[in-house]
Design a protein around this ligand. Structure first.
Ligand SMILES: Nc1ncnc2c1ncn2[C@@H]1O[C@H](COP(=O)(O)OP(=O)(O)OP(=O)(O)O)[C@@H](O)[C@H]1O
Ligand SMILES: [Mg+2]
Length: 150
C-alpha cells in the first residue's frame, strides 16, 4: 500500500491541505482519520468542510457521533470514539452510500463497517505544532487522488 506523507507546521496549513483534498473528492467518498487526542483530526475536517462549501462552524461531534452539514456537497462528520468495543451500527451504510462525503474520526473502532475503498489519513503529532499527515489510499480511485494532491 502506498503512502503519501505531508508535513504541516500550523493549524492553518493542515486546514489548507484538507481544503485542497475537498476539491478532488466526490459524493459517496469515505475518509477515515486516525491519530491521538489533539492530533488534528477535527482541524482537518474543518478544512475539508470549508472546501466543500460548508458555512456552519464544524466542531467536534463527540457527543453526537454524527453531524451532518450542508455544503455544495453534504458533509457527514462522525466521531466514533464512544463506539469502542460497542458493535453498534448506527446505520453507517446509509451515510457511506449517500450523497455526501463521510469523514470518520477514530474509524478503527468501526473497522468492520467501513467500505473497502476509502482514504485513510493518519495524523502524527511530532511536536506542539508539527504534524505528519500520512495518506494511505485503499483502491485505485483514492490512489489517483493522492497522486494529484502530492
Ligand atoms: N500543524 C497543526 N495541525 C493541526 N492542528 C494543530 C497544528 N499545530 C497545532 N495544532 C493544534 O492542535 C489541536 C488539534 O485539535 P483537534 O481538535 O483538531 O484534534 P483531534 O485529533 O480532533 O482530537 P480529538 O481526538 O480530541 O477529537 C488544535 O488545538 C490545533 O490548534
Ligand atoms: Mg476531534
Amino acid at each position: 500500500m502506498s503512502e503519501y506523507i505531508f508535513e504541516t507546521y500550523t493549524e492553518e496549513e493542515t486546514r489548507r491541505l484538507a481544503n485542497k483534498l475537498a476539491l478532488l473528492i466526490r459524493p459517496g467518498d469515505v475518509i477515515t482519520l486516525e491519530g491521538d487526542l489533539g492530533a488534528g483530526k477535527t482541524t482537518f475536517t474543518k478544512g475539508l468542510g470549508a472546501g466543500l462549501g460548508v458555512r456552519r462552524t464544524i466542531n467536534s461531534p463527540t457527543f453526537t457521533i454524527v453531524k451532518e452539514y450542508i455544503g455544495e456537497i453534504p458533509l457527514y462528520h462522525m466521531d466514533v470514539y464512544r463506539l469502542e468495543n460497542s458493535e453498534e451500527d448506527i446505520g453507517f451504510e446509509e451515510y457511506f452510500n449517500g450523497d455526501g462525503i463521510t469523514v470518520i474520526e477514530w474509524a478503527t473502532f468501526i473497522e468492520d463497517y467501513l467500505p473497502e475503498e476509502r482514504l485513510t489519513i493518519q495524523i502524527k503529532r511530532l511536536d506542539e505544532h508539527k504534524r505528519a499527515i500520512i495518506f494511505k489510499p485503499i483502491g485505485s480511485y483514492f490512489e489517483e487522488i493522492c497522486k494529484e494532491l502530492y
